[in-house]
Design a protein around this ligand. Structure first.
Ligand SMILES: *Cc1c(COP(=O)(O)O)cnc(C)c1O
Length: 402
């Protein structure tokens, strides 16, 4: 029998769909022109970029394609949005930024950079479900607030933040609102011409286009300052020869992603719930991180007492399961996830977390397989874990692994 392989890390990245791949291939081979060239080969490439811009605008319900600026991905889009707003804000004496303490590092580290350059940042604390309210945002807005940035869906715990309400508050107060919607494309409906969102980041590789391509939506009338200077590409806002193949692929991938949002969410939520219920009932001393309401359809994040996340990921890899953990090994030391600690987990639980994120490629058989492998893997790791044995001893828990 072939060794099973279950990919359960769709929040980290996704495979390129056949449709996206077939769309991009001609631009790597015979249609390799530079979109800035005026002969036919170049104009054909320019047409592909234009067409993708229309597709992205349409998928998001943007008022016009010119509101879409292609970037190298989600991180660049986040940087562009925040740094541009900061620069314009500073010109008007506005040096205050509002965000949350559960954002992706592309936002948090950009804010830290700006703090070192004379800006003040308010990090709104998420509650234990990973939600930040519009009221929190409203109370934090000041005269000198340049931008509010709140993510649409958290990448670790799948919490769905109330960005429509937050946008409405920002509009009322006349403050720019940006959302990192990288995890929301294909899971949430956007109709940007009727929403109070001024800027929105997305990344192609989270919805079946290649890595290294993304976009920033910028509502008409919103000032935008360039980060990358050079040629006049992207209406002078983002220099550099366009990633034509990647952009073309992302155009079809986002059209595909928004075509069946409701069906996808229903299918994924069923698998997610079976996984959550199966793990919580089948594995003692496990807990769900984040709430069950307002949770993205494919996200499972569970902590196990007495478990070290990275060992669990490696043990699951041997069994053919690709997943991730909230503990990230940064330069040799294992740091617990900032999101899990933000929602109140102690270091032990944050480090003992497992994130399984489901996508279009997953099946009911994948869930069966995870539910078969995970309990025995946790039991085996615990039986070898001094941390687990200490917990049993100190808390008087009977050790079921012996
Ligand atoms: C993946 C991700 C990003 C970064 O996108 P890249 O294209 O990998 O740079 C930013 N924000 C969130 C929420 C993400 O999940």
């Amino acid at each position: 029998m072939e060794k099973p392989f279950v990919y359960a890390d769709n929040a980290a990245t996704t495979n390129v769909s056949d449709n996206a791949l077939n769309t991009m291939l001609p631009y790597l081979k015979e249609q390799y022109g530079n979109p800035s060239s005026i002969y036919t080969l170049g104009m054909d490439a320019a047409k592909a970029v234009l067409n993708a811009r229309r597709q992205v605008a349409e998928a998001l319900g943007a008022a016009r394609p010119s509101e879409i600026f292609f970037t190298s991905g989600g991180s660049e889009a986040d940087n562009l949005a925040i740094k541009s707003a900061a620069e314009f804000g500073a010109k008007n004496g506005k040096r205050h930024i509002i965000t949350t303490n559960i954002e992706h590092h592309a936002i948090l580290h950009t804010c830290e950079y700006l703090e070192n350059h004379g800006f003040e940042v308010t990090y709104l604390p998420a509650d234990e479900d990973g939600i930040v309210s519009a009221e929190q945002v409203e109370n934090a807005i000041r005269e000198d607030t340049a931008i509010v940035s709140v993510m649409a869906i958290n990448n670790e715990i799948g919490s769905i933040l109330p960005i429509e309400e937050i946008g409405a508050v920002c509009r009322k107060k006349g403050v720019l609102f940006h959302t990192d919607a990288v995890q929301a494309i294909g899971h949430q409906h956007f109709d940007l011409k009727n929403m109070n969102i001024d800027m929105l980041s997305l990344s192609g590789h989270k919805f079946h286009s290649p890595k290294g391509v993304g976009a920033l939506y910028v509502r008409t009338g919103t000032p935008l300052e360039s980060l990358i200077h050079g040629g006049a590409q992207e209406r002078g806002k983002r220099a550099g020869t366009e990633n034509v193949a990647g952009i073309a692929a992302m155009g079809v991938a986002i059209s595909d992603a928004v075509e069946c949002i409701d069906e996808r969410n229903i299918r994924l939520a069923k698998m997610r719930d079976r996984l959550i219920d199966g793990i919580l009932s089948g594995i003692p001393y496990s807990r769900l991180n984040g709430g069950r309401e307002r949770r993205s359809a494919g996200n499972v994040n569970i902590s196990f007492r007495g478990i070290e996340g990275e060992s669990l990921i490696l043990a699951l890899d041997i069994k053919g399961i690709a997943a991730s953990s909230g503990s990230a090994c940064t330069s040799g030391s294992i740091d617990p996830s900032h999101v899990l600690t933000a929602i109140g987990l102690n270091e032990e639980l944050a480090k003992g977390s497992l994130r399984l994120t489901l996508g279009d490629g997953n099946t009911d058989e994948d869930i069966d397989y995870i539910l078969e492998v995970l309990p025995e893997t946790i039991k085996r790791l615990r039986s070898m874990s001094p941390m687990w044995q200490r917990i049993c001893r100190e808390e008087g828990i009977p050790d079921y692994t012996v």
